[in-house]
Design a protein around this ligand. Sequence first.
Ligand code: AMO
Length: 436
Amino acid sequence: MLPPRRLSRELAERAGESVRIAGHLEEYRALGGVAFALVRDGSGTTQVTLKKGTTEPAMFTVLEGLARESVVEVEGTVLRSEKSRRGVELVPSRLEVLSAAEVPLPLGVVDKVPAELNTRLDHRVLDLRKPAVRAVFELRAELLAQLRAAFVRRGFLEVETPKLLRQGAEGGATLFSVDYFGTPAFLAQSPQLYKQMLIGAGLERVFEIAPAFRAEPSDTVRHITEFTSLDAEVGYVTDPDEIRGLLEGIVADAVDASREALTASGSPLAGGLPKLPRPFPRIPFATAEGWLGRPGAGRDLSTEEEKAVGERAVREYGSPFYFLTDYPTVVKAQTFYAWRRDDDPATTGYFDLDYRGLEIASGGRREHRLEPLLANLRAAGLDPARFGSYLEAFRFGMPPHGGWGLGLDRLVQALAGLPNIRESRLFPRDRYRLEP
Ligand code: AMO
């Protein structure tokens, strides 16, 4: 499912033929009687070899005066060449400059010295020309396609819910306000309320892949203000482990299929996609707290604690992915839609899916009964009157249900081994970045 490869990928099989390629001029080097122009397209870099006495002299002049990263089109004959990177070279018969680049480049594309992430993101169009950066987005596209396919195979219906809302669902502090024709409105932090309403609508299994917005003031390597949320909601489930089983199956299937596809296309990132042992370990929150020596602390894990739990979990279970289960109610007090166990109201049916200490998803069983839901809302300090249309869905027959939200950017960050989540998005948004 990777994007179609351009012509030069197959050049190796086309020795003796006449072809036309186009791309960015990576480098031009003249060495006495010969000169080399490296032309990079979506499939890689092709060596164009000019020879004094054979190649039209004007071509040398044009290339000499042309800045790196200009776009050229070259027609010529493919010859085998042991010395060139792809085993072939192109002997040009025609050269056309399609777009000349300015000098100097604000960011080098083939520079050996790595640039600062901020500089790279400021000049992202040039940064994305680097094959290693491009590979991240090929992985991302593949993973996304495979995740979607895994949902569809399990009978999920893909839906799209509004991103302009009258109220939030994940706590007021991270809401972005919008002026909606003079009325206050918010950007969606999550499709939470709508995906539950769709279970009330009888759709039974829904998923959504869409942007979510959070006014995260914290400047960390795992938070951004616009991320892609993969949300699922499933009707007629009461056991949180059934929900975990679905999530684990979808993630593991998508990782397996992506590894196959990326291996076939020669992606440098294919090796980073692990064969996942299943089932993923289930670690009760209380066990993790015991490991940390802070039993019953009544608060969520800090980033440092998450990392420590991740190291221990990988050591003990040998799996990079694992669930933290049975979150205490006190930790999920604001998560009003989370079901509290009937036999133990101090514990919810909520879990996180983590990858080596990085939270990738969270979800669980929901409260589907109106009265306890109202009580949860009030306990969270929220006014039920503001949730009228959400609550209506619970008044006229709501199946028991559950689901999860998974951050695609974090999954890509984890699987591509990126130090910073910003690198998993083409044009990331954070507290300080609104362009490009
Ligand atoms: P939660 O708030 O845990 O749950 O978010 C779900 C997942 O979304 C990702 N995520 C983020 N990724 C990048 N930057 C951020 N600022 C950010 N915030 C969240 C994480 C996280 O695990 N409604 C519930 C889900 C549910 O219960 O179905 C929710 O949104 O990967």
